[in-house]
Ligand binder design. Structure first.
Ligand code: G3P
Ligand code: CA
Length: 269
């Protein structure tokens, strides 16, 4: 698969639609997954958090305010944290109108709804566990939803799923609970510390601003928990010229809000 071959320079990097194709449809909604599929993009990234009554939902911010109409629907509930709302309350919210009137009626998806849509399009999922310190046990719960949906079956698990987090503890927990699941650490650890990360993380996924050819080679020189070179998926690159540059650094994947632009830029890179 391209995710394994890209960084050796023989193929263009994998293109991952950040929060779905979020330049063109409201982020982290099913519509953004559909848009990525329409563009022929195989990988989508999302962010997973937990409601007050323990349901996993897909949303980036820890508050519902920016990307839903929560302020209008529940004016007295500032600061509108995801963790203070039930799944039924969140299901009433409009998660599309803020992006444009054409998107009215889009919802905050549950993780279950989200993975079903990704599966329907035969896409692959880069799942971020967001703010895990707010949600004790979210790693086990996320893996349970994925298992129930068949995403951890042996013939699929290595090819269509990566679970990532900014929290090394969270990544380590996922690896220890289900060693077959590929994992990614979001950040740029010092080169000397890479072997420690490689005990539990298959990918090191830095902001593109912190990248260099030397750093990418140093990461790829370390062997990950599944016996392969550590991979690099970098974020968030929407500019064609910059995409060509980071492809030249040898990254395995580029996470982007504009997957069509990046794909066009790196094709044949
Ligand atoms: O996938 C990496 C990227 O999503 C990390 O930053 O804030 O967009 O979740 P953020
Ligand atoms: Ca994310």
């Amino acid at each position: 698969s391209p995710a394994h071959a890209a960084g050796d320079g023989t193929r263009p990097p994998t293109v991952i639609a950040h929060r779905g194709a979020s330049a063109y449809a409201p982020e982290n909604t099913l519509a953004a997954v559909d848009k990525a599929a329409e563009l022929g993009i195989r990988w989508v990234e999302n962010d997973v958090q937990r409601t007050k009554d323990g349901e996993l939902v897909v949303l980036h911010d820890d508050s519902l305010r920016r990307t839903t109409d929560v302020e209008e629907v529940f004016p007295d509930r500032a600061p509108w944290k995801v963790k203070d709302f039930t799944a039924a309350e969140i299901a009433r919210l409009d998660a599309g109108s803020w992006f444009g009137p054409a998107w009215a009626g889009a919802r905050v998806p549950t993780l279950e709804q989200y993975v079903r849509r990704v599966e329907r399009h035969h896409q692959k999922l880069l799942l971020e566990i967001k703010n895990p310190a707010l949600y004790p046990g979210i790693e086990r719960q996320t893996l349970k939803v994925l298992a129930n949906e068949g995403w951890l079956d042996r013939r699929h698990v290595a090819h269509r799923l990566v679970v990532q987090s900014f929290s090394a503890d969270s990544v380590r927990t996922v690896h220890e609970l289900k060693p077959a699941v590929k994992t990614g650490f979001l950040g740029t650890p010092p080169v000397a510390e890479l072997p420690a990360y490689a005990a539990f993380s298959d990918q090191i996924n830095p902001s593109h601003g912190s990248l260099s050819t030397g750093y990418v080679s140093a990461v790829r020189a370390v062997t990950g928990p599944h016996g392969k070179p550590l991979e690099v998926f970098t974020w968030t690159v929407d500019d064609a010229e910059r995409a060509r540059q980071v492809a030249g650094y040898g990254v395995d994947g580029i996470i982007t809000n504009k997957p069509d632009v990046v794909r066009g830029a790196v094709r044949g890179a």
